[in-house]
Design a protein around this ligand. Structure first.
Ligand code: AHN
Ligand code: ZN
Length: 323
């Protein structure tokens, strides 16, 4: 009897072993804990910015909002630097711009940079009325900043392994309108990112990669894989889109290529040399291929959707906490 018992045990062991051989060894999946991105909180951060009025450089609303953003980042535990620089805009006016930079774990060399522009456009050049009045820029400007503030709030509660810099660029949206009577100016857009890319807030600053958020609050927005991003940082595009799909946001993040869009990430890629993608709404059916309210007075709270803020914010958070 004992012999039979041994035999059965022996055969079982052999059988188990040979079975195991066919199983591809799987790395044990380390469960990463990603905090919950609160879209009510992000929505509120858009409201707060818009409550100051249009954030046009040198205006009172702009000054107030810059202080709000600085205080907010500080209250969420970031080390904040406000970078100031003189600029001349296409209309030959002189201003001092403010880039607002909040750093987490500044001592870490392993870092990623998150960008958005915090100014709003000084004209409504795609509206039919009041085209010379500035816009609120709830989506264009406000949404990206709001998502990053909500991420800052979460980082303050639970620190990711990697260092993070949250960088709000000024004067992105003071570009020369198409019908402008001023002499043609090259590189009239993205003045804050041009300055920062040539003069980072820290000597020898480097980040493994960057993510720019621009117009990430439109209802039913689609984010296509933008051309400049795909050229300079195709691996980051893939990483972010794959994460979005894995957590259920495939309606927002589309595996299709959109044309190149001139935006802050262009200068971060070409001048600072940090591979950076732009998550930006692409609408193949609108006149401008941007959100249909782009550079109009309808870019207000009525057209900001929490679901879109959530899709982008939760995706970027998962990327950060997976590093
Ligand atoms: C151009 O208008 C060429 N690019 C869009 C950059 C932008 C403006 N993003 C937000 N506002
Ligand atoms: Zn704009």
């Amino acid at each position: 009897m004992r012999l039979i018992g041994f035999l059965i045990l022996f055969i079982t062991i052999i059988a188990c072993n040979s079975n195991n051989k066919n199983v591809v060894e799987k790395k044990p999946k380390i469960k990463i804990e990603v905090p919950n991105f609160n879209s009510d909180s992000a929505y509120f951060f858009v409201e707060q910015q818009v409550s100051f009025g249009p954030r046009v450089i040198s205006s009172k609303a702009w000054d107030q909002c810059s202080k709000y953003l600085t205080n907010k980042l500080e209250s969420y535990g970031a080390k904040v630097i406000v970078q100031q620089a003189p600029i001349t805009t296409y209309d030959q006016k002189k201003h001092i711009l403010r880039n607002i930079i909040g750093s987490y774990s500044p001592e870490k060399n392993n870092r990623i940079a998150l960008f958005a522009h915090w100014d709003s456009r000084h004209v409504a050049d795609y509206d039919t009325i009041n085209t010379s009045k500035p816009i609120l820029g709830a989506n264009d400007g406000g949404s990206g900043v709001a998502v990053l503030l909500e991420i800052a709030r979460n980082i303050n509660i639970k620190n990711p392994k990697i260092g993070v810099d949250i960088i709000f660029f000024d004067a992105e949206d003071y570009g020369q309108p198409e019908n402008s009577k001023f002499p043609n100016m090259n590189d009239s857009w993205c003045l804050g990112s041009q300055y920062w890319s040539k003069n980072p807030h820290k000597q020898n600053y480097f980040a493994k990669y960057g993510v720019l958020l621009d117009m990430v609050g439109g209802k039913d927005a689609e984010f296509w894989q933008e051309g400049i991003s795909s050229y300079y940082a195709s691996n980051i595009i893939k990483k972010v889109w794959d994460v979005a799909h894995n957590i259920g946001y495939s309606n927002f993040f589309i595996y299709k290529k959109s044309p190149q869009i001139m935006d802050d990430h262009y200068y971060v890629n070409t001048i600072a040399g940090i591979p950076t993608i732009d998550i930006i709404e692409y609408d193949p059916f609108s006149k401008t291929n941007f959100n249909k309210h782009w550079h109009t007075h309808a870019d207000n709270m009525n057209n900001v959707d929490r679901k879109t803020l959530k899709a982008v914010g939760q995706t970027v958070m998962r990327v950060i906490y997976s590093q």
